[in-house]
Every structure is written in structure tokens, then in C-alpha cells.
Design a protein around this ligand. Sequence first.
Ligand code: UT7
Length: 330
Amino acid sequence: MSSVIHTRIAGTGKYRADGVLTNHDLEKMVDTNDTWIRERTGIRERRIALPGVYTSTMASAALKEALDAAGMQPGALDMIICGTVTPDMPLPATAAFVQRQIGASGNCPSFDISAACAGFIYGLSIADAFIRTGKIRTAAVIGTEMLTRFMDFEDRNTCVLFGDGAGAVVVTADHDGRGILSTHLFTDGSLTDILQIPGGGSKEPASAETVAQKRHCIQMEGREVFKVAVRYLSEAAETALSTNGKKPEDVQLVAAHQANMRILSAVSKRVSIPIERFALNLESYGNTSSASIPISLDEAVRAGRVNDNDLVLMIALGGGISWGSALIRW
Ligand code: UT7
């Protein structure tokens, strides 16, 4: 056993929202069609949270599963981090609600990270830094997102893309050399305009006018995001591998943020990792933003696709534009 601390994923969990919105349902709502959505995005249906379910309740359900998988009690958590841009409310943090809902210790710092679809990797990187420096031993990292409540269901450019859900991991200090090998985080603030929820903040405080203009709904210049996504996700994957002296063929599983099948196919080709190694669920979940990586990771783990010592690569990109990667020795 080495004295070097690594951050190991001890358990994973997810919340699968109960409602389903199919492409055929959307055909009745906006000028779109199943063929366009499937061919341009890879999405067939998306999950929608039912009334009475919030971002925090999804997160708590996912975290409970992750704690069970890790064989731990909520009291073991030293920190709770929620990656979300769709919090229960602007104040307080969604993570504070999660702390209460799962019955974690009142001394456990609990906060949200706003890095859009990259929020889970950002949270993982922060937890890793606290754990490797010995400040804490165990943390919960959650991606939880309810973008359908920030959606203009008359805007076909966005409403066909997103779904609700949450995924969680419990990470803990370990000494056997396995765990997170590296994380890399990036932001290009010159691209803040291409993916936004412009209303409801200090720049455009909520008013009857902002609501009437649907400024509280997500807006995206899809084509622009697409271009940078392929480039930056590929570069982040290559950085993760080269930093650790690994080759594409060393990677057993890629848990990538799932926004568009064409993005994932392009990244797969560019980084020379076959698409069969990607954990995919975009077809039935839609784009669940920060939740997409932990949900797909949890599904892969429960399907027995991840074995001890496998190399798992995570890559994500979202509004900011913020993106990043993590390489993990499972
Ligand atoms: O999760 C955060 C990161 N987000 C992403 O990575 C998303 C990146 N972007 C994308 O995935 C794609 O750009 C979209 C799926 C959003 C759009 O696909 P696209 O191939 O880039 O389409 P486009 O925006 O270039 O639009 C092509 C055509 C347009 O019609 P015209 O101008 O060629 O006549 C659109 O109006 O498709 C039209 N269109 C639609 N047609 C049917 C746009 N949305 C729809 C729709 N149904 N829902």
C-alpha cells in the first residue's frame, strides 16, 4: 500500500425521470419530425421529471443509490458537490437541499458548480483536489439537471434536445494506485454567447417582460457549439491520454457528455477510440447536461462493462464554453 492518495469511485447511482417525451410527441408540438431528430441528433425520446420532482430530489435519489453501491452511510460524506445549471432555486445551493434530504452531516460543506454540461467533471476535479491533499476523505459528486423546466417548447432548435435526470458518484481516498489519474478543465469565455439562459440573473432580472420574451429559457447556436464541441472534446481526450502516457487502445470505456451522436462519432474517429467503447444512452435520455456522464457511467457499471484496473475516460463540454476530461484507473 502506497502513501500516495488517489481518489477512487466507490459507488455510482442515477435517477431516471419517470416521464417520457418521444419524437412523435414533439411532432405535435413544433414543426419537427422523428427522422430529422434521429438523424441529426441520435435522440428517439427523452425523460421528463414529473411534477413534484425537483433537481435536488433527483440528485438525492441518485446519491442514495451511489451510497448503497459504495456500502456507505450519508454520514461518511465530507462534501457534497452538485453540478447543475438548473437548481431548485437561485439561493440556496441545490447541494444544501441534498444534504438535508439524504440526512448527511450538517458539517458537510455542500455547494453547486455552474459549468453546464461539464459540471460533473468540474465537480469531480474539485473533489479529487480536496481528497488528494488530505483535506477530506469522502465526497459525493452529482450531475443533476432539469432543463425541460427552462425550455421554450415552441423553439424546435432546443426543445427536441434536452431531458431530465441525475447521476452521482461517491469518491473516497484510496492508496492502492487506482482512481483518478488526472483531470483537465478549460473555459473559453469568448464563447459565452452561443449557449445561454439569458434571463433571471442580475443582467436581466425576472420581470413580466423577461418572462413574456422567454428569456428564462435555454438558447443555443447549435451549429457553433457543434464545431467547438468536436474540436475541444477531442483535444481534452488527447490531453488526458498524453498526460498519462496512455494510448487510445488502452481505454476500455468512454463516458462522454451526450449532446449529439454525430459529435460523439466525430470525436471517436478523431481520437481513434471505437464508438463501441462509449457508454451511450442519448437515444433514450436526450441531452441531460451535467447528468449525462454519471448516468451513463452508472449504467455501464451496472451492466458489468467496467472491471477493476480498466481505464475510463470522461469528456464533457457545455455552456461557458467550459469543457474538460478525466482519466480514471477503475
Ligand atoms: O450540451 C451542450 C452542448 N450542446 C451541444 O453540443 C449541441 C451541439 N449542436 C448540435 O447538436 C446541433 O447543432 C443541433 C442538433 C442543435 C442542430 O443540428 P444541425 O445539423 O447543426 O442543424 P442546424 O442548426 O444547422 O439546422 C439545419 C436545418 C435548419 O433549417 P434550414 O435553415 O437549413 O432550412 C433548421 O431550421 O434544420 C432545421 N432545424 C430543424 N428541423 C426539424 C433545426 N431544428 C430542427 C428540428 N426539426 N427540431
